[in-house]
Ligand binder design. Sequence first.
Ligand SMILES: NC(=O)c1ccc[n+]([C@@H]2O[C@H](COP(=O)([O-])OP(=O)(O)OC[C@H]3O[C@@H](n4cnc5c(N)ncnc54)[C@H](O)[C@@H]3O)[C@@H](O)[C@H]2O)c1
Length: 396
Amino acid sequence: MAAERIKKTTVIGSGAMGHGITELLAMNGYEVTMVDINDEILQKAKEKIQWSLGKFVEKKRIRQEDAEATLARIATTTSYEQAGKDADFAIEAAPENIELKKTIFAKLDQTTPSHSILASNTSTLSITEMGKSTQRPDRVAGMHFFNPPHQMALVEVIKGDGTSQETVSTLVELARKLGKTPVVVRKDVRGFIVNRVLIAASNEALWAYQRKEATILGIDASVKYSGGFPMGWFELADFSGLDIAYEVGRILYEAYGERFKPCSEVIDPLIKDHKLGQKTGMGFYDWTKGRPRIPFNLLDEYDVERSWAVAVNEAAWLINDGAANPEDIDTAMKLGTYWPQGPCEHADRTGLDVILNKLKELHAKYNMEMYTPCPLLEDYVGKGWIGKKTGRGLYT
Ligand SMILES: NC(=O)c1ccc[n+]([C@@H]2O[C@H](COP(=O)([O-])OP(=O)(O)OC[C@H]3O[C@@H](n4cnc5c(N)ncnc54)[C@H](O)[C@@H]3O)[C@@H](O)[C@H]2O)c1
């Protein structure tokens, strides 16, 4: 089905992401039925959308009549039958739990017309498994929006094992119609692109802290002020929620083994004490008095090239696995997390030989799997494809 045929849509789950995706779809002219487990939750979600549209009017980004027309395109219900019966496209943004998501996909399969495309906004769970719980795995895919969906430009479109190329193309087109930049994740790999590279890089810093090589403030100051990243790794983990970082980290460890060995000594006590970051007021930092102050003078405490080396290594694994190409990896990291440059561009500028040496040096020192170079890096360096200076690296 071509994206132009999508008129009516359904969003399952009206929480942080669901209500944002609903707003985005409705603002772009789609009729949306939003589903949740009870009417109170739906009512609150609708109020949030109304509030957000009001802000757009205030900032003169849309007119009052556009806000009203957008709201008029949104219906709410607790009934899958009602929501599904004439939907051309449905996306679920229910809690991150594979069994729940499989049940939701089975229900959507029964209640939506056979032509409709079913998508999941999961951050990391298996699209293939969700597809298998339907009779139409070819029309099931991942469509991973970032928070908040109306602001963040990136959408990862994920191909499950059973997803057809046509479905991927339709969702890429739909993302563009919503004003987003889609990147295609060609294999159903855990963490997709952004979470996988991001957690790899921040895990290195967590271990550096655990080994007492640098302080939390020193690492974050170096990452921000020397590295040019928008937030330090600890600040970002607190901001996103340590429970989420912990859960995604656990799934990555399950999928890729020792390369994602979690730094349990540091993170487990915080989870146990329910210090989950900004949302609970406490995490690595105390958020009760606002955003943490990260002092400029510590900007040399941690060598940011270590974070880059591990990020580049993970990007190399994505390329090696046939899951993504360098352009898409770089686009995803810049738009999904505001990195100052993508890991592949960084590698080609720095030199793959320099990155490889850094990984080898760290591996010799710490004997940890996260520093074992991806064979693709060894291969490229062996061929003399070391980046800009030789005309070929991860890019040509
Ligand atoms: N929060 C983020 O920053 C973020 C970013 C990208 C992706 N995601 C992913 O989006 C999904 C949703 O995350 P969230 O942060 O919006 O969660 P959330 O907890 O804010 O919202 C989930 C909503 O789903 C509802 N729900 C639960 N069971 C349901 C069911 N059976 N049918 C319909 N609705 C049901 C809940 O009542 C709740 O309103 C997750 O898969 C998450 O990994 C989250």
